[in-house]
Design a protein around this ligand. Structure first.
Ligand code: GLN
Ligand code: ZN
Length: 758
């Protein structure tokens, strides 16, 4: 059997792309250096896959920032305000990605959203009525030729036109349908160009097909691909789908006459059933996504071979990853601290290439007898039989003992709100930040030195305490109302907690791209989770002692901890979340007992794992995720104020669920998307107090006082004065000291201006 990979990581085994890009952004490296690193990274990925014998390798899966942005730019979907800057091609590209503030002008970045149900983010293409769609770049052609020159024949992967049109934001009257013909025509031109260079296969990634689709969507999809398939000439077209099954268009897809169709067997709960029930065309190759592109556990060969063997109705099968390997780290070879006993259970991107190879060989052997003569097979069987003991009975018992009333905080929100207003006596439009302050070089060095044993624990603590003191002083000087300690002890909001909880495993270099040049290093949930000892209490207590103002305790919530970890596959998500919720609850109560009266429990990633199909939202997720959050704070005193924070304001459609988290205050990202969310909050009588972010922290740009004040004025039209908080979009850890201070001074000034207008 042949094998295929949908996409390969591109940030670099040692995050080379991150480092060179950041140098380039700082003006310390030129375009040539950046291009050269990009070229090397592509070469590495291609040759690695070739070496492992992958039959279908992708080109054009590389990107300097994001593939959706690449595709938008490729077809000239570049809003006028970026063109008007008059920057170089690459400069314009990065202005769209990151915003631009300099001698050529001052523009914000495009909106950024989570890529389906992953922690990867794409930039939202923006189409206006006069957007002229035309093929105006050659990246896919260049990268195809470059691969070919290296001796690697590739399938060229493109974000498909249907997904691109569906993800785009339309700023005028025109809609996706109005751009269908133009865009399809330009894709066809591109197919022609690639065909002329000898490209045999083009892969159209259409993950949008796994969402709930209505008739208009299906018509749009069908019309696009009828045109493409009738104009493709000799080029073969692979329609690739992932992150779920394509139940709404399965029949359409199979009748359209694609040369290949990629289906996801990992997250696509109905994929096998659809094939069984409706058949699969003999002349189409099935790219069966059976190697999980999103998690890091070894593939269970027996299970996978069973799936493949059950596909009797399919003539031609290629074994594929379930999605791009972008969502897993590069390689276990980078992990020197993790023992073999653990490592043998994992497969990162490069190890998954070997899995593909082994599965391809094993799939030729049809009987269990033949298989058991194979050492790869028996070793894999052995692996799934035994695991180092990870069970913790006390944790299991504690979860089993949770009672219905443990999910409810008393008294109700309104009673608490009144009480808290009386006690805290904060000014109108209280100002605060989301938690972290700039993680400057010295902060990171301190952590690193401590980890490496270069400094003592006392030195490490003394440094951080000093930082906390300075941070508190800075916030007082700026005039913020509710302060934070700055999170200098944390590398990452999830990894930090993972490190202090039992049941977690850690990696050294298992970075996964989150957005642009940013990576995260998700910890691995290995066993049952519990809290060993207080985690944040000492830091928060110290910060509190430095000031008379309120300092928020700062925790990460159970849903986010789970969503940003690699989860277990042997117990349910619900069980895992409840274990974590109980551990974080212990911390909440300890903070409260130590005099911290405002506690923020971040659920940055709550929205992320919302099932892609609306019909599954509650039953498969919210029905246990929201109660798990309530479990964390249900036992605090009425006068303790619970905040939560969510990145991205895309919860318009789950507002009742967010309100049901029963926090006292929620802050969220708002400046980078439109303020539509506020209308919905108003319409749905959202009770929780809100702090919609007033400026974008993903960009180094400093917002002016008037800019912030005018956002606040808009917010006041929709939100009761008594419920409105003033804060940035998210934590400030990725920002520099200077822009942070300037921005926060403007934020406080804007709040004062608004108070005066009240
Ligand atoms: N408290 C965290 C911080 O400020 C929240 C980060 C996040 O939402 N991603 O860094
Ligand atoms: Zn955030």
């Amino acid at each position: 059997m042949k094998t295929a990979v949908i996409g390969f990581p591109r940030i670099g085994r040692d995050r080379e792309l991150k480092f060179i890009s950041e140098k380039y952004f700082r003006g310390e490296a030129d375009e040539g250096c950046l291009e050269e690193v990009g070229r090397k990274l592509r070469e590495y990925g291609l040759l690695k896959q070739k070496e492992e014998g992958v039959s279908f390798i992708s080109s054009n899966d590389f990107s300097f920032y994001d593939n959706t942005l690449d595709t938008a730019v490729l077809f000239n979907v570049i809003p006028e305000r970026y063109k008007a800057l008059g920057l170089s091609e690459l400069g314009t590209y990065f202005a769209m990605a990151r915003g631009y503030q300099g001698d050529k002008g001052n523009v914000k970045a495009l909106a950024m959203k989570k890529w389906f149900n992953t922690n990867y983010h794409y930039l939202v293409p923006e189409i206006s009525d006069d957007t002229l769609i035309k093929l105006s770049g050659d990246k896919p052609v260049r990268e195809y030729k470059e691969a070919k020159a290296l001796g690697v024949e590739t399938k060229v992967t493109l974000v498909g036109p249907f997904t691109l049109l569906k993800l785009a934001k339309y700023t005028g009257k025109k809609k996706a349908e109005d751009f269908k013909d133009a865009l399809t025509g330009e894709y066809i031109k591109l197919i022609g160009l690639l065909g002329a260079e000898g490209a045999e296969w083009i892969e159209f990634d259409e993950p949008y097909l796994v969402k709930d689709l209505d008739e208009t969507d299906i018509k749009l999809f069908e019309e696009i691909y009828r045109s493409i398939l009738s104009a493709k000439n000799n080029v073969k077209i692979l329609l690739e789908t992932y992150f779920g099954d394509i139940r709404d268009v399965y029949e359409k897809v199979t009748e359209l006459g694609f040369d290949g169709v990629g289906l996801d067997f990992i997250e696509g709960v109905r994929t096998a059933g659809l094939i069984e029930e409706k058949g699969f065309p003999d002349e189409t190759i099935l790219f069966a996504g059976v190697v999980n592109g999103k998690n890091i556990w070894r593939n269970d060969y027996k299970k996978t071979l069973n799936i493949l063997n059950s596909l009797e109705k399919v003539k031609n099968i290629v074994i594929s990853t379930s999605c791009s390997l972008l969502h897993v780290p590069y390689t276990l070879e980078n992990e020197s601290a993790l023992s073999e006993d653990y490592k043998k259970h994992f497969a990162f991107a490069e190890e998954k290439l070997s899995e593909l190879r082994e599965l391809a060989a094993l799939s030729e052997l049809k009987s269990e007898e033949a298989l058991s003569g194979h050492k790869e097979y028996t070793a894999n069987r052995e692996l799934f039989r035994g695991r180092i003991n990870s069970e913790d009975k006390a944790v299991k018992d504690r979860v089993a003992a949770i009672k219905e009333e443990d999910y409810t905080r008393l008294p109700d929100f309104y009673a608490r709100e009144k009480l808290q207003k009386d006690i805290f006596k904060l000014p109108a439009f209280p100002t605060t930040t989301i938690g972290s302050f700039p993680q400057t070089q010295d902060v990171r060095k301190n952590r690193l030195d401590y980890r490496k044993g270069n400094i003592s624990k006392e030195e490490y603590i003394a440094f951080n305490k000093n930082k906390i003191k300075e941070c508190i002083r800075l916030q007082e000087e700026i005039g913020l109302d509710v302060l934070v300690h700055g999170e200098f002890e944390r590398n990452d909001m999830v990894e930090y907690f993972g490190q202090h909880l039992s049941g977690y495993l850690f990696t050294e270099k298992a970075w996964v791209q989150s957005y642009g040049t940013r990576c995260v290093k998700p910890p691995i949930i290995w066993g049952d989770i519990s809290r060993k000892e207080p985690i944040t209490v000492e830091w928060s207590k110290y910060a509190n002692s430095c000031t008379d103002k309120y300092v928020k305790g700062m925790l990460t919530g159970p849903v986010t901890i789970l969503n940003w970890s690699f989860p277990r596959e042997d117990i349910s998500i619900k069980e895992s979340i409840l274990q974590i919720a109980l551990a974080i609850r212990d911390e909440v109560l300890d903070l409260e007992a130590n005099g911290i009266s405002i506690i923020q429990i971040d659920e940055a990633a709550l929205r992320e794992k919302l099932p892609l199909r609306r019909s599954d939202w509650y039953s498969e997720y919210l029905d246990f995720a929201i109660p798990a959050f309530r479990l964390v704070h249900s036992k605090v005193k009425p006068q303790t104020q619970i905040h939560t924070h969510m990145c991205y304001s895309e919860f318009t459609d789950i507002i009742p669920a967010i309100d049901a988290m029963d926090a006292d205050v929620i802050t969220f990202e708002a400046s980078r998307s439109d303020l539509q969310i506020l209308d919905s909050l108003k319409e749905q009588n959202f009770k929780t107090e809100v702090g919609p972010g007033v400026y974008d922290i993903h960009s180094p740009r400093v917002p002016s006082v008037e800019e912030i004040a005018s956002s606040l004025r808009k917010m006041r039209e929709k939100i009761d004065d008594a419920k409105l908080w003033v804060n940035p979009d998210c934590g400030l850890k990725t920002r520099g000291d200077k822009e942070t201070k300037e921005s926060l001074i403007n934020l406080v000034e804007a709040a004062k201006r608004i108070r005066a207008e009240k």
